[in-house]
Structures are given as C-alpha cells and as structure tokens.
Design a protein around this ligand. Structure first.
Ligand code: PRP
Ligand code: URA
Length: 231
C-alpha cells in the first residue's frame, strides 16, 4: 500500500496513547499535518522551512484552541434580507507565551485575533537537570477575567508549563479558563500536567513516544527555540 492510500488513523507513525485524559485534545492526524511535522522533524530542514511549516501547524493549533472558547447565540441580517441565527464569542481572551519558544506562536494567534493582548512568562529549563526556572512574567492587568491561551510548542517533562500555570493561578486565572496549546507533547508530560491540573485543557499537535535520557521529546524535533529563532 502506498503512503497516500493510508487513512490518517492507519499512518504507521501516528503514535497513540491507550486513552487520553478527557481534557487532552490531539489535532486530527491528517496527511497535511504529518507532512508538515515530517519536514520540521528532519534535521536537514533549513531554518526558513522550519519556521514556515511550524507556522502552518501553529495556525491549525490556534484555530483548534479557539474552538474551545464559549459562544452565545447571535442573530444577523443577511444581504438576502433573511435573518441568520449564528454565534459569537463570549468573554475576552488573551495569549500568554512561555519564552523563548512560545513567542513563535504569538503571530499565529494574532492572525486569528487581531488585537489580542499577549502576556509573557520567561521560563528556562536547566540544560543539565531539565528543571524549569522562572525568570520573569508580565501579564495583562485584567488576566483573571480572561480566557488564556497558554502557548509553548514543546511539552517534554511538563515542568515548564506547570510552573507557568502556577504563575497564572497566582494572578487569579481559574484553571478551567486555561487552554495550553502545544505542537509536540510527550506522554510523560501530558500525564504530569493533567495529574497536577486536571481542569486545564491541552491542545496537542502530536503526541510522541517518550523522552530521551536528557529529557528531550523522542523522536521529537530537537530544540524548537534554537531551530526557530537560531541557536
Ligand atoms: C523548552 C520548551 C518548553 C520546555 C519544555 O524551552 O519551549 O518551554 O523546554 O520542557 P519541559 O516540559 O521539560 O519543561 P527551553 O527551556 O529549552 O527554552 P527555549 O524556549 O529558550 O528553547
Ligand atoms: N524543549 C525542546 O525544545 N525540545 C525538547 O525535545 C524538549 C524541550
């Protein structure tokens, strides 16, 4: 069978967890998504292609994240003179990126929500221990009243995003209003985050097989921040 004859669920590299926790959503494993992922996983891929294809996946992730915001009914009048019973978003949102790599996802969010407010949290993993360290945070003043799309492309051990969620909670954000959007996740990271914060929603582009001894996602794509922004 040629690869194009495989349905998404039959793709040999479609890794799947036995059962995902209820608040974890994975993008549909379409051929387009897997083709983009194949390009960004390839160590030969140039930086400009890495940025281009990462941005394509980020746009899909942001659109999916926005699907999890509540809507209310809204009627409009169509040019045909007929009413249309549609919906509009209820409530306000903001993006919060976990720097450095999360900054790569801000443009994708702005493409969908033009003047969206963006907060930043600088967290860096120690290269030896993989333990996260919080350096800085600057968040919208009224963040406690907003829905938060938390942005970071990589979910490895989960330490960084857990620290970022703690910062949001300290600023009064209810856990139910946090949607963590990531490109590639490890099963270990998903387990750690969902055990600690079961009410937080996770939108994952792909779920890989595990972690290396150095706590990199396996097979993963290496250091996202270095490949996107330059080492
Ligand atoms: C990466 C990534 C996450 C974190 C994931 O950031 O962007 O923030 O590692 O790993 P974890 O789940 O084990 O915490 P890194 O600290 O390498 O910094 P960078 O954004 O500058 O690349
Ligand atoms: N951060 C990355 O950029 N890549 C990994 O595999 C793990 C953490």
């Amino acid at each position: 069978m040629t690869p194009s004859a495989l349905s998404a669920s039959q793709h040999p590299s479609s890794s799947s967890l036995p059962r995902l926790p209820p608040n974890v959503i994975r993008l549909p494993a379409t051929s387009q998504l897997e083709a983009c992922l194949t390009i960004i996983r390839d160590k030969q891929t140039s930086r400009s292609d890495f940025i281009f294809y990462s941005d394509r996946i980020i746009r899909l992730l942001v659109e999916e994240g926005l699907n999890h915001l509540p809507v209310v009914g809204k009627q409009v009048q169509c040019p045909t003179g007929l009413p249309y019973n549609g919906v509009e978003f209820q409530g306000r949102i903001c993006g919060v990126s976990i720097l450095r790599a999360g900054e790569a996802m801000e443009a994708g969010l702005r493409e969908c929500c033009r003047s969206v407010r963006i907060g930043k949290i600088l967290i860096q993993r120690d290269e030896e221990t993989a333990k996260p360290k919080l350096f800085y945070s600057k968040l919208p003043r009224d963040i406690a009243d907003r829905w938060v799309l938390l942005l970071d492309p990589m979910l490895a051990t989960g330490g960084s995003v857990i620290k970022a969620i703690e910062v949001l909670v300290d600023h009064g954000v209810p856990l139910e209003r946090i949607i963590f959007v990531n490109l590639v996740a490890s099963p270990e990271g998903i387990e750690n985050v969902t055990k600690r914060f079961p009410a937080v929603r996770l939108i994952c582009g792909w779920i890989d097989d595990g972690l290396t001894e150095q706590n990199l996602i396996w097979p993963g794509l290496g250091d996202f921040g270095d490949r996107y922004f330059g080492a």
